[in-house]
Design a protein around this ligand. Structure first.
Ligand code: GLN
Length: 514
């Protein structure tokens, strides 16, 4: 497949994935590579353009992340952002030093509208700054094309060599016209065609899978989550009944969720796939007996999941391919793509599971960001309700129950959560809040109901807004909605007599409640 490509070179900045997403939103495919990647490798990818990200170093300090002069002499357009901009100047003979006035946050920038990057941008435009250093002196051949009150070179260009430097962060949404600037780089400077489109991606993937699989047998573990659902449907469109999906119901799903998954993927659903639902609730509850530590519970659930899946796979016999719902952030965060430290090792990246007899792995979503997975899902005709479902942890309610998990507690948290979600939707808030759910605390307290003393559990409600899941703020749900939810939970869920609202942001909290 001849996809035009932009290479994003990662200098350890916090917005590296954001840069890549913005590029893709402009219909241009891109990939992130560490600044340590050798130049030959980048050359063979034949990119239409290169973008250098921000980074924490000072480019003039010893040991700072760097690149050779040759990068700027390939004849490929380069756009440096923040650290990338400073580095471009530094490497090409300009001077970068500590800024007399450091800029953080939204700053008004005055741009030169005759510059290619800013043709359709307002002359005065709000941009997101985050820097300690600044460009004191541009490299020769460059001219400044944007400035702020305190920063004389907020952007610079050397048009004949197609080199562009921006001190602020166009990739961050606070930069009001940032997408325009990125688009201008892609289309006015790199002359991209814009052939990264979801319908084409889906179509190409289906025929590539079909070719690869031939008459082979394919196995997929379906969790009901967005990634595995999209992967399964894509596979089923490609190879139909050669695909078998195993759905393990561990008894820690949200209320009715198992049936909902079955309704879509089971024999009565629209997809022609072999669907096996394993009702393993009791097994999981049994294994979880006495386990109180969240990590311990995660481990038990993870291992038991593999055991169950393995048993089912054995019944099916040897398969040729195993499907995994790996997505691009998993690849990057596993340290395989960019420069970011290994944040978490995803068991589905790199290592192959050894518990199923198969020849090869298929990861049809490996190149996609989450929002692209969703768009691919819609493209494949998966119901919106499934495509936009709330993120849900693999160990499910097992970690939204503090302390020991029991079948009774699972029912309490399922019921409470269902009421919460129902009322949020009724109030029209469901699209506006990032993530919300109920958890069951391990606290019991004295109450009075019908003149009788009770000693029951407390449910905690959580609702947060987040853009990237790295930080989150508490969503402000109106009191009347919270009040309604609280009284319904206490009235309708037996064993619960108190409702608490969690007002902790992340950090220091996490989004989950475990
Ligand atoms: N570390 C550099 C500075 O402080 C670049 C920062 C960035 O890329 N956001 O100026």
């Amino acid at each position: 497949m001849n996809r035009e490509k932009i290479v994003v070179i990662d200098f350890g900045g916090q917005y590296n994935q954001l840069v890549a997403r913005r590029v893709r939103e402009c219909n241009v495919y891109c990939e992130i590579y560490s600044y340590r990647t050798n130049l030959e490798q980048i050359k063979t990818m034949n990119p239409k353009g290169i973008i250098l990200t921000g980074g924490p170093d000072s480019c003039y300090a010893p040991g700072a992340a760097s690149c050779g002069r040759e990068l700027f002499e390939l004849g490929i357009p380069v756009l440096g952002l923040c650290y990338g901009a400073q580095l471009m100047m530094h490497v090409l003979g300009g001077r970068v030093g500590p800024a007399p006035v450091r800029e953080y946050g939204k700053i008004e920038v005055t741009v030169d509208k005759s510059a290619k990057l800013f043709g359709d941008v307002s002359e005065k435009t709000i941009c997101w700054m985050s820097h300690n250093d600044y460009i004191e002196e541009m490299a020769s051949g460059f001219r400044a094309v944007a400035r702020t009150k305190d920063c004389p070179v907020a952007a610079a260009q050397c048009e004949e060599k197609n080199l562009y430097a921006i001190q602020f962060h166009p990739e961050v949404l606070h930069t009001q016209e940032g997408t325009k600037m990125i688009r201008n780089f892609l289309y006015e400077v790199c002359h991209c065609e814009g052939n990264w489109k979801m319908d084409a991606f889906v179509e190409n993937s289906i025929s590539a899978i079909r070719e690869k699989v031939g008459s082979g047998k394919v196995l997929c573990a379906l969790s009901g989550g967005v990634d595995s659902s999209v992967a399964a449907v894509m596979l089923s469109k490609a190879v139909g009944e050669q695909l078998t999906c195993v759905f393990v119901d561990h008894g820690l799903l949200r209320k009715n969720e198992g049936d909902e998954v079955e309704a879509v993927f089971g024999p009565d659903g629209p997809y022609k796939l072999n669907f096996i639902r394993v009702n393993a609730q009791e097994r999981f509850y049994e294994k979880l007996k006495g386990a109180r530590e969240p990590e311990q519970k995660r481990k038990i659930i993870g291992e038991e999941f593999i055991r169950v899946f393995e048993e089912e796979a054995k019944k099916i016999g040897a398969v040729d391919f195993l499907v995994q719902g790996t997505i691009y952030p998993d690849v990057v965060e596993s340290g395989l793509g960019g420069e970011s430290a290994v944040i978490k090792s995803h068991h589905n990246v790199g290592g192959l599971p050894d518990y199923v007899d198969f020849k090869e792995i298929i990861e049809p979503l490996r190149d996609l960001f989450k929002d692209e997975v969703r768009r691919a899902g819609l493209e494949l005709g998966i119901p919106e309700k499934l495509v936009y479902r709330q993120p849900f942890p693999g160990p499910g309610l097992g970690i939204r129950i503090i302390g020991e998990v029991t079948a009774e507690k699972v029912v309490m948290v399922q019921e409470a959560d269902a009421i919460y979600r129902e009322e949020i939707a009724k109030a029209g808030l469901d699209k506006g809040i990032g993530q919300y759910f109920a958890a069951l605390t391990n606290m019991r307290s004295v109450g009075v109901m019908g003149d009788e003393r009770t000693y029951d559990y407390a449910v905690a409600l959580r609702a947060v807004n987040t853009v990237d899941f790295m930080t989150a703020e508490v969503a402000e749900i109106p009191w009347d909605v919270l009040g309604k939810v609280a009284s319904r939970i206490v009235n309708e869920v037996s064993g619960v007599s108190r409702v608490l609202y969690d007002v902790t942001q992340k950090p220091p909290g996490t989004i989950e409640f475990e």
